[in-house]
Design a protein around this ligand. Sequence first.
Ligand SMILES: Nc1ncnc2c1ncn2[C@@H]1O[C@H](COP(=O)(O)OP(=O)(O)O)[C@@H](O)[C@H]1O
Ligand SMILES: [Mg+2]
Length: 314
Amino acid sequence: MMIRVEHLSKSYASSFSKTDALRDISFAVGCGEILGILGPNGAGKSTLIKILATILNRDTGQIYMADCTTDDAIAYRQKFTVALQNSSLELWLSVEDNLKIYGKFFGLQGTHLSKQIDEVIGLFGLKEFRRKRASELSGGYRKRLQLARSFLVDTPVMMLDEPTAGLDPLAKNQVIRLLKDRAAQGKSIIFTTQVIAEAEALCNRVLILNQGRKIAEGNVEDIKALFSAGQRMEFKFEEVTESIVREASSICQLTGKAAPEQQGSSLLFDLTVVDEADRQTMSKLLESLCPISVSTKDLSLEEIFIELLKEGVV
Ligand SMILES: Nc1ncnc2c1ncn2[C@@H]1O[C@H](COP(=O)(O)OP(=O)(O)O)[C@@H](O)[C@H]1O
Ligand SMILES: [Mg+2]
């Protein structure tokens, strides 16, 4: 394993209150693996990235990165690059000089450094801003510069806190493509996002955080399978009229099922075809509602995410 995190906890204390930002978090990331950390605002994502990047101290727990621990601070810090959520650019320096000092920090120099700088400037569309100060860039372009820095050096681990937030759609796709390339080269990548579709597109595995707790972890399919028992049936109609809703609700009530959820011209029922009682309910519904079509509706990761939060796992 390239990264191992064991029983990590962190709380922020002030004289008024104490926030448990991370509570007993453990996970591991292998070579070539992309771990997506999902969670709403305040879940603890940035705290986790900052602790992994040795910007913040943890309260308890252990972290290993390529056999180093944070106790070997110098060796440990050469194993990763990090793009923090809030800009850590040298605002008074030019785009080029920001890249130069970052590269030098990692020991790049001479023509190799210049070549790398040219490459990331190209990859992130920064050519015309090369000699501009970072302070003169728009928010989106500052983000690009921050990300460009991460791609400048060749470390076994890349960590990115909400890398796609604030980027235009083209730049977003570019970042996703580049991260996939890097993973294919064997790098371990940890990135955080609130955009579930991104995690679905990019990750081998996801870890869902809420209020500092790990509420689920696994590959996207595993997490979906957790909820396969709650697979839903979608009944489509020309139009969902009041009488359809009334009829559907009364059948559900009679058979002890939850009332359906309306989505546009569809009604969604919590019914599975494997359950005998559910099949009977379904045939009653089919008979009295006469839908245009019926299909099973796989839950999207987005819906699962919301379900997990609703379930009170938190
Ligand atoms: N410097 C800080 N001082 C006090 N509390 C903080 C600080 N940074 C974050 N927190 C709190 O810790 C929790 C996790 O925050 P954060 O890691 O930024 O979450 P996320 O990145 O998932 O939005 C939140 O409740 C937040 O208010
Ligand atoms: Mg954050």
